[in-house]
Design a protein. Structure first.
Length: 295
């Protein structure tokens, strides 16, 4: 059963004339008659009584009309929905975001939601490796994560911005007035490390290990807000990427080490259809990075 057959049937039952229905549909009468006959064969019932050039609906034809109308209407609704989707009017976006980019991401989230209130947005905050698994299974539309290298041939990578990691300190403390600090100096401080995932932890430890240093990480937490709160107490310091402390009262001190550089990327699954709303969200993320001078 094809959609066009249902449309032909509905026009014929409306006009009760194959000739007039064919004219309205801009097809030949023989084509319309043939398609309706195929529909009747498939349904194994006669939809019309044929008396010369006159036609009338049979009882099965009358009952079938409602279902044909529903099918055509649903198909048209689906077509309109897809058109709206392209115009960013309806739809759902599912985005995976690494913990370290929560504060940067939320500003774009607010702007997008205000601009396109009809779009439903689902955000998943998880460590990067968990988000990559979801992306591979197409459970998210794209992932916003911190990563230095491309990890899989079935992903596409768009560089969003790069930024060095910084030492976070409570504003007003002696350390907070420094413009830069060495890894050796950091080793003398009580530290908190936010272990949200392998990438972040590995990058920090790798930088210290390269110089044979052992920093004093007295507290480890898998949550950035908790780490920030601990630093706010004035008793500890921590190492973050700068976007993680945007909007806080913490001071950021540049660390003299090139190994503590992070790269924020938009990661997508190759070969999947990308809606206009997803494209727009990505554009807004790129713009946010430029405005904040992170790109």
């Amino acid at each position: 059963m094809e959609l066009r057959q249902l449309k032909y049937f509905l026009k014929a039952q409306e006009l009760l004339s194959f000739t007039e229905a064919a004219k309205r549909l801009n097809i030949s009468q023989s084509t319309l008659s043939q398609q309706i006959k195929q529909l009747e064969t498939e349904l194994d019932v006669s939809l019309f009584n044929r008396i010369g050039k006159q036609i009338t609906l049979t009882e099965p034809g009358r009952l079938f009309t409602e279902y044909a109308e529903q099918s055509v209407r649903k198909a048209e609704d689906g077509k309109l929905m897809l058109q709206d989707l392209k115009k960013i009017k309806v739809g759902t976006i599912t985005i995976g975001v690494a913990y370290g980019l929560k504060d940067f991401f939320v500003e774009t989230l607010i702007d997008f939601a205000e601009k396109f209130p009809q779009i439903k947005i689902k955000v998943i905050y998880e460590p990067s490796h968990s988000l990559y698994e979801k992306l591979q299974k197409a459970q998210v539309d794209f992932v916003l994560a911190l990563h230095e290298t491309e990890i899989a041939p079935y992903f596409t990578y768009k560089n969003l911005f790069s930024c060095p990691m910084v030492l976070a300190a409570l504003a007003g403390t002696e350390v907070s007035y420094k413009t830069n600090i060495t890894l050796e100096e950091i080793c003398k401080l009580p530290l908190v490390i936010a272990t949200m995932g392998y990438d972040m932890t590995h990058t920090v430890h790798k930088a210290f290990s390269a110089k044979g240093l052992s920093p004093k990480f007295t507290i480890e937490v898998n949550d950035i807000p908790t780490a920030i709160r601990l630093v706010n107490s004035g008793n500890w310091y921590s190492i973050f990427i700068k976007p993680s402390i945007l909007g806080t009262k913490l001071a950021s001190i540049a660390i003299q080490d090139e190994g503590l550089m992070r790269y924020a990327k938009i990661i997508s699954l190759k070969g999947t259809y990308e809606t206009e709303s997803v494209k727009e969200f990505k554009k807004m993320l790129t713009l946010s990075a430029k405005i904040l001078k992170l790109s």
